[in-house]
Design a protein around this ligand. Structure first.
Ligand code: ATP
Ligand code: MG
Length: 801
């Protein structure tokens, strides 16, 4: 008979259908690029909902980027409508944040913890490396951060590492010291770094089985996209969630009022079903601890797992696929799988060798313009490179040629100093324990508070056993001169005033614009705006614009999340990842690294810098498995292209002030020559003018005229007007669900006009009106002492009298 999800299966091939409809404890979908893995996962979510096998809240789908999560949410929404809301579709990081926001109080953090991004943790590590004089042992902040991150991804902490390390080596001892100091500082600041978000959730589940049980009962269907790039911590997290429920009822916990889930789980249910999707040929995150074995050993970890293979590619032309197949077949120890397509051979792959990277970029700019004239949208064109620094030459030429473009990742809006300052102000409000945020803003703008004063304040705080923030509120006691004392008091007053706007009493609804208003107040009254406006540095003007943009982001946030809190806002900002700027890419060419390109597709793809030492990258040469991982990265790049693929390189490349002669990448030779049509081959370039000297000439301004594309890129500047403000994107992915900072579930508490209630903070009052519906019902209460307040009935700490 007809299935209720029949329409969801339309157009799928038999293997894809099976992947959508199979029901069982474990399912592994392995398939090459573009074979519909992500599409199938999306439909599987839709199918479970449509057939009513699962409530929305019982599904957890993990994607690799927030952008991918947003797309999947949108697709599921299109397929089945409203009921898609409530499904957790998120990255590992945001899923863990949501869990930790609820549970962090279980183990010594508060729910308002800060999330340290990589720059924040680098700053902290830098300070600790200095304090421990660790640089004497060759421990740079970058290397230390890398090692700590790697260990955390393996779920090791400083103690467990010390047990296995050679502690008679002083360099090891000092590393362990810095590692433990780092962990202590994070805890003291009530902060998690990115790796902790996952590692600490695993720790939480292992240490508190009754907490883990809540989530094991809740999530009945777990799905993970890009499983080949999971690291050990992520693997362990999934493993914890798919274990059998350990305790009987688990109701003790449920009764504590923390359960705000909308679906009751059956008692002692089966372990959650797990579906993972991946392609071991696309594993490109080994350097971040991704473990290809997670996919290779899935069948061992989940005995009886069903395996589905997808082989038809729906994305690319046969020429592109053949090139991809040919390249990847050079990796040994892989299962051979051949992708095929029925869309036809398509255009040949185009190769181009420039004399210099400018020449290469000029070719790309010209080609983009001709594609555009032929009707290809700019946002259907992407340019990939191996390292961020390669973008500069491309940008220069694109600006001159007026090609609208946008850098994904790289120049990140949220990494600009002024934006970090503004966010630090917000963090200082949301999490007063966060000393690093306070240290960042205490002298920005300049208030005459130097390092000596900061240390004096820190010592005072330590002596009095109060926080750094509380010390600021007590300026007169710190023991600093009157001018500095005054500066501190003024800062304290501004912070206190902003906190009043942005942090309403528990359960009270702040107006949606609270974050925007608070931010503006902070920027105005702290003197931050004034200092920038008074400056003669033209860059400071741009900084004001960027801050205005941030205010615009908070306003947009308010529109999208009428009940969003300061904490919700900061959480979203902290989780914005490289690929998330993509939202604004309409109408411009996307430039990004090969790593960022994962999972995406474009009509036309330019893969640039196809040279030895770039791809494969120089640093990979010495790493075990390095060149193979680089080949996979190249494979990922090729397989993003739908119709057109360009491979380009330059014979000379200026980097870090040095000009080097480049060799064509070995990967080029792995592509059958009948698939490649060279517009200008490496041989052409060599025969054209005595290799190096001619090539070196070519990179001088104007020296490039007369050959190649015949364009001069030196002195005929195109005005910068069309330049897109790279990275200044403000749109932030919306969470479908948010977690209130303090959760109290009043369930269906019925309130009506005239009722008297008691509020934990405001005392007694009388209900004036009730508005809104369901979980969003709001009581307008006139308190006897505290005046009018709006309260979200579901979570406000109120009782009816
Ligand atoms: P990657 O390995 O790059 O992540 P993938 O396996 O996840 O790729 P998808 O992104 O899901 O592949 O699909 C690639 C393209 O093929 C998409 O444009 C998708 O809409 C399309 N597609 C997938 N399955 C079908 C199908 N049965 N019929 C038509 N188009 C399909
Ligand atoms: Mg995919």
């Amino acid at each position: 008979g007809p299935r209720p999800d029949d329409d969801l299966l339309e157009g799928l091939n038999p293997q894809q259908r099976e992947a959508v409809t199979y029901r069982g404890p474990a399912l592994l979908i392995v398939a090459g690029a573009g074979s519909g893995k992500t599409s199938v996962l999306t439909r599987r979510v839709a199918s479970l909902l449509r057939t009513r096998e699962a409530w929305p809240s019982q599904i957890l789908a993990i994607t690799f980027t927030n952008k991918a999560a947003g797309e999947m949410r949108e697709r599921v929404g299109q397929l089945i409508g409203e009921s898609a809301r409530g499904v957790w579709i998120s990255t590992f990081h945001s899923a863990c944040v949501r869990i930790l926001r609820r549970e962090a109080a279980q183990f010594g953090f508060t729910t308002s913890f800060t999330i340290y991004d990589s720059g924040d943790s680098r700053a902290l590590i830098k300070r600790l490396v200095k304090e421990h004089e660790a640089d004497a042992y060759g421990l740079t902040p970058a290397a230390t951060q890398g090692r700590i991150s790697k260990l955390k991804n393996e779920l090791a902490d400083a103690e467990s590492y010390a047990r296995s390390a050679n502690m008679s080596d002083p360099a090891e001892r000092v590393f362990v010291e810095v590692f433990s100091a780092y962990q202590r500082e994070l805890q003291r600041a009530n902060a998690f770094d990115f790796d902790d978000l996952i590692g600490q959730t695993v720790f939480l589940f292992r240490a508190f089985p009754h907490v883990a049980d809540v989530y094991r009962r809740r999530f009945r269907h777990i799905m993970v996209d890009e499983y080949q790039d999971t690291n050990h911590a992520q693997y362990a997290l999934i493993h914890e969630l798919t274990r059998p429920v350990s305790s009987g009822g688990g109701d003790e916990y449920a009764d504590s009022g923390m359960m705000i889930f909308d679906a009751p789980a059956a008692d002692a249910p089966e372990p959650a079903s797990l579906t993972v999707v991946g392609d071991s040929d696309q594993s490109i995150y080994a350097f971040r601890g991704a473990d290809i074995r997670n996919i290779a050993e899935f069948e061992k970890d989940y005995p009886g797992a069903k395996v589905v293979l997808l082989e038809q590619n729906y994305r690319s032309t046969q020429n592109i696929l053949s090139a991809a197949n040919a390249v990847i077949s050079h990796n040994f120890d892989r299962k051979d799988k051949k992708l095929w397509t029925d869309v036809g051979a398509g255009e040949p792959i185009v190769g181009f060798t420039g004399y210099s990277q400018h020449d290469e970029a000029q070719f790309i700019a010209d080609e983009i313009e001709s594609l555009h004239r032929a009707g290809v949208d700019y946002n259907q064109i992407a340019v990939f490179y191996r390292t961020n620094s390669q973008s500069r030459a491309l940008e220069e030429i694109f600006i001159r040629a007026a090609v609208p473009y946008k850098i994904m990742g790289g120049t990140k809006f949220y990494e600009r100093a002024e934006i970090k300052d503004a966010l630090a102000y917000l963090v200082a409000i949301a999490n007063p324990a966060d000393e690093m945020a306070l240290r960042r803003i205490i002298n920005r703008p300049r208030r005459g508070i130097g390092d000596v004063t900061i240390e004096t304040i820190a010592r005072y705080a330590q002596g009095e056993q109060i926080t750094f923030r509380d010390a600021l509120a007590n300026a007169s006691a710190i023991g600093v001169g009157p001018k500095i004392q005054q500066a501190i008091s003024r800062l304290d007053a501004v912070l206190a005033e902003a906190a009043e706007i942005m942090l309403p009493a528990s359960g009270e609804l702040a107006p949606p614009t609270a974050v925007a208003e608070g931010l503006q107040l902070l920027l105005n009254k702290s003197g931050y705006y004034d200092a920038l406006r008074a400056s003669k540095d033209p860059q400071d003007e741009a900084r004001v614009e960027n801050l205005d943009e941030l205010v615009a982001v908070t306003r947009e946030f308010a529109r999208n999340n009428p009940e969003g809190t300061l904490l919700d806002f900061l959480t979203e900002v902290a989780l914005v990842s490289d690929a998330d700027d993509l939202e604004d890419a309409s109408g411009s060419v996307s430039l990004m690294t090969l790593h960022t390109a994962k999972g995406l597709e474009y009509d036309a793809v330019f893969l640039t810098g196809v040279e030895e030492d770039l791809i494969p990258h120089r640093i990979s040469a010495g790493e075990p498995g390095g060149p193979q991982e680089e080949r996979r990265l190249f494979y990922v790049g090729i397989t993003r292209a739908r119709k057109r693929l360009y491979l380009s390189l330059a014979m000379t490349r200026a980097q870090f002030g040095e000009v080097t002669v480049a060799m064509p990448s070995r990967f080029l030779q792995e592509i059958p020559s009948d698939l490649l049509e060279w517009r200008q081959s490496p041989g052409d370039v060599n025969s054209r003018g005595g290799t190096q000297s001619r090539a070196l000439n070519a990179r001088r301004p104007g020296g490039g005229s007369g050959f190649g594309t015949g364009k001069r890129y030196g002195d005929d500047l195109v005005p910068l007007a069309k330049r897109s403000p790279s990275g200044s994107g403000g749109s932030i992915d919306k969470f479908a669900n948010r977690i209130p900072a303090k959760v109290r579930d009043n369930g269906d508490l019925e309130l009506a006009q005239g009722d008297r209630i008691r509020h934990d903070d405001f005392g007694e009052g009388r209900v004036d009106a009730v508005t809104g519906e369901g979980a969003k019902r709001v009581a307008h209460v006139r308190f006897d002492g505290a005046g009018m307040k709006k309260l979200l009935i579901k979570i406000a700490p109120i009782t009816k009298l």
